[in-house]
Design a protein. Structure first.
Length: 168
């Protein structure tokens, strides 16, 4: 997967949750935040600013415990609480570094990239959904990226990212 696509994958992620927007449908959150982040990227490409975006806009939107548990599978049960916390922190650090690097690459691209957020059909009372997106870049086949999300305490959190049928 090229760095631009990975960058867009993480550009979309900030959209996925916000306590203030908990009542807003997740697909609307994705669309709005993608637009906001793309504007910021066009105006400022400073590495510290990109790190700041990762820390403030992306990380609060992820359930790192659930993501780490999913990634670890059966091994999660064998880990003690200190090991689980260390794994969760390592996963968080990896995401920040990946996100910052991908944003830097995306910020330096002049090609037109379009992110299509598919309409979401969320039924009242559902606490789990998938926001489907399609990344379109001239000269490349479209890339599908799905964001699996869970509603916890009235806040949507990303629990998995699936790019071209491969889970994060």
């Amino acid at each position: 997967m090229n760095k631009i696509i990975i960058g867009l994958l993480f550009v979309i992620c900030p959209a996925l949750v916000s306590a203030a927007w908990a009542q807003t449908p997740p697909d609307v959150l994705v669309r709005t935040t993608v637009e906001e982040v793309m504007i910021v990227l066009k105006q400022n490409k400073d590495q510290r600013m990109l790190q700041d975006i990762a820390e403030k806009k992306v990380l609060p939107n992820f359930d790192f415990r659930a993501m780490t548990q999913l990634a670890m599978g059966k091994s999660w049960r064998d880990a003690n609480p200190a090991q689980r916390k260390a794994l969760e922190n390592a996963f968080r650090t990896l995401l920040v570094r990946t996100y910052t690097a991908a944003l830097a690459d995306a910020a330096n691209v002049d090609r037109k990239v379009e992110v299509e957020v598919k309409p979401l059909q969320l039924r009242p009372g559902e606490d789990y959904t998938t926001v489907r997106t399609l990344i379109k870049e001239p000269g490349r086949p479209p890339l599908s990226i799905d964001y699996r999300m869970t509603l916890t305490d009235k806040v949507w959190k990303v629990t998995d990212i699936v790019a071209e049928n491969a889970s994060l």
